[in-house]
Structures are given as structure tokens and as C-alpha cells.
Design a binder for this molecule. Structure first.
Ligand SMILES: Nc1ncnc2c1ncn2[C@@H]1O[C@H](COP(=O)(O)OP(=O)(O)OP(=O)(O)O)[C@@H](O)[C@H]1O
Length: 317
């Protein structure tokens, strides 16, 4: 659809056009290109306190795709997720979310179409809030239920999601008293509550025990097998937590890493020197991305990567 309209616009302009000025055409072409992606990051950088945290980040996610963002601690995963979820602005570069350019369009007009679960969001709830309300208030993209009213169907959906993630028993309790694992699952239910066009789950299995992790990974595999226009992005630094059905991966590493070079010995970073900025070093098919060479380079240590029945693991060699 987008490509066709783009072609028509180009034809119109080439034939002298109708009433559109060339700057209007440029704007419309930009808008149509943005609409083809659920998410587009182009040459994005983020700097704080004179530190280059991420640089030259490029990523294109189409509607219906299921992506893993994978990389070591401190590489900038949460930083880029904050931008994808309209919670932070890039220092330079372009971020487009569901066809809206960050910084140009009021984020409140489309934030409700993004389902987010992150540690930062988890701190936004008043301690006395009922977990059921923490889920249902996703419909208004708010935290803390004050005067809003939600229908019984909406509450039924919130209960159904909580049941699916094994936390139905938490309705009527308070957010301030939940264990880390329970809180993480409340956040996932909240992310899915408004049936969003883009779901972003930042380390959705943090703090979960083995049973809890497997329950969440299984539920996320269900999302991975879904055939819809919803784009889903799961961020993790553990291979075992990659749900089945996710077939695209963005590997994050330091900009000075040579991803295709064999690593024979562990690499040591210099003491007291800021590491190179993080970036996305590989995007594409998950099976081609998760190789011994790539994972060894990302973690600076020779590694073996295993796949068993669609689940992944890695160990140091
Ligand atoms: N506002 C900020 N000011 C200064 N430094 C920051 C800021 N936000 C993040 N950082 C730094 O940027 C780097 C990347 O942090 P980020 O949380 O994005 O990494 P991550 O890949 O999500 O890590 P983890 O897997 O440990 O959660 C870290 O070194 C962090 O200390």
C-alpha cells in the first residue's frame, strides 16, 4: 500500500504534479515511508554527561515482526528502548514510532498504541495500587487510578491476562508488597492490555524463578506465533529467555568490536577508560545472528552457542 502510494506521488511530481508543492510532496513521501515501519531508528545517538552511550544505531521493524534485542550489560539496550517507547529523545538521529517522528508529533496522541514493560515503569506505581488497576490503567496510559472508570469487560480482559501469566491471585493486593517476579508479570499484562500495535518488553523475565521464567517464556512464544500486524520487541541479555517464534534479532555490542573475527582468548578492557559507545552491530535472521563468533565477540570471551528444540543457550569455551 505504502509503496504504491509512494510510486503515485513520485509519478505525480514527475508529471508536473497537481496542486502539491514539492516540500509537501517531500513531507508526504517521508510520512508514507514512516508508515511502512512499526519502528525506525536512523543513525541514532544518545549522549549524557559528555559520555557517548549509544551511536550510529539503525533498526527497521515492520508491522507483524517479532524481534529480540540482545546484548551484554550496560551496552545501551534500555537506553534505546526508552527512545522506542517515547520516554527519551535521541541526541541526534531519527526515531519513528508507528509512523510518528519523535519530537515532531505529540507523544500522547500515540503512546497508548505502545505496550511497554520495563524496570523504570515498574517504579511509577503508587505502592497502594491494586495490581488489577495497574493492568487496566494501561488503557489510558496512566499509572495510579484516580477518577477514571473502566467497564466490566475491560476488567475481565485484565483478569484474563493475569490468569494467563499465573498471577490471577494478585487482584485485590497492593503493588508495594509484590515480589520482583510478580511485579514483572503485572507489567507484562499491562503492556498487552490495550491490544497495542507495538509491544516492547525490556527483560520480561527479570527476577523470575525457573518456573516463573518458563511460564512467561511460553506465554511470549504464543505472542511470537501470533499472525497479526502487531510488532513485538523483547530485550534480553540471556539466550535461554528468547521465546520461540521470534525470528529477527538485533545484536548490540561496542562500536570497536569486530563481529566477524574469531576470538581465541578472553578480551580485557582497559581500567579507568570509558568503553566505546554501544550500537546495533547486526540485524536480521535470528539463526544467522546467534553464532559462536558473534556471541564470543559481544561478550569478549570465547563461547559455544547451542539450540535445542528452538531454545537457545551459550557457555564459555
Ligand atoms: N542518564 C544517564 N546518564 C549517564 N549515564 C547513563 C544514563 N543512562 C544510562 N547511562 C549509562 O549508559 C550505559 C547503558 O545503560 P543501559 O541501562 O541502557 O544499558 P543496558 O544494556 O540496558 O544494561 P543492562 O543489561 O545492565 O540493563 C550504562 O553504562 C549506564 O551507566
Amino acid at each position: 500500500m505504502g509503496q504504491y502510494e509512494l510510486q503515485q506521488l513520485n509519478d505525480q511530481t514527475n508529471q508536473g504534479g497537481q496542486a502539491l508543492h514539492s516540500n509537501q510532496v517531500d513531507q508526504r513521501i517521508e510520512d508514507i515511508q514512516a508508515e511502512q515501519y512499526a519502528l525506525r531508528l536512523a543513525d541514532v545517538s544518545f549522549r549524557r554527561q559528555s559520555r557517548r552511550i549509544v551511536e550510529h544505531v539503525n533498526l527497521h521493524v515492520k508491522p507483524g515482526e517479532h524481534w529480540i534485542v540482545f546484548g551484554p550489560n550496560g551496552i545501551g539496550k534500555s537506553t534505546i528502548i526508552a527512545m522506542m517507547a517515547t520516554r527519551a529523545h535521541p541526541s541526534s538521529g531519527v526515531v519513528e514510532i508507528l509512523g510518528n517522528r519523535l519530537g515532531k508529533v505529540n507523544v500522547f496522541s500515540y503512546r497508548h498504541r505502545i505496550g511497554l514493560s520495563s524496570a523504570e515503569l515498574s517504579r511509577a506505581f503508587p505502592p497502594f495500587e491494586d495490581p488489577l488497576d495497574a493492568v487496566v490503567t494501561a488503557l489510558t496510559a496512566t499509572t495510579g487510578r484516580w477518577r477514571d472508570h473502566y467497564s466490566s469487560e475491560e476488567y475481565d480482559r485484565a483478569r484474563m491476562l493475569m490468569q494467563r501469566f499465573g498471577i490471577g491471585y494478585l487482584a485485590g493486593k497492593t503493588m508495594g508488597r509484590l515480589s520482583e517476579g510478580e511485579r514483572t508479570r503485572v507489567l507484562i499484562c499491562r503492556a498487552l492490555m490495550p491490544d497495542p500495535d507495538l509491544v516492547i518488553l525490556d527483560e520480561p523475565t527479570t527476577g523470575l524463578d525457573l518456573g516463573g521464567r518458563e511460564l512467561v517464556v511460553r506465554a511470549l512464544s504464543g505472542l511470537g506465533r501470533e499472525h497479526s500486524s502487531r510488532a513485538v520487541i523483547v530485550v534480553t541479555h540471556r539466550l535461554e529467555e528468547i521465546p520461540q517464534g521470534f525470528d529477527h534479532i538485533a545484536l548490540m555490542g561496542r562500536l570497536d568490536t569486530h563481529l566477524e573475527e574469531e576470538l581465541e582468548e578472553p578480551r580485557h578492557s582497559a581500567f579507568g577508560v570509558d568503553p566505546a559507545p554501544g550500537s546495533i552491530l547486526y540485524t536480521g535472521d535470528l539463526n544467522h545472528g546467534l553464532t559462536d563468533t558473534h556471541i564470543s565477540q559481544l561478550f569478549g570471551m570465547p563461547m559455544h552457542v547451542f539450540n535445542h528444540d528452538g531454545r537457545w543457550q551459550a557457555f564459555a569455551r
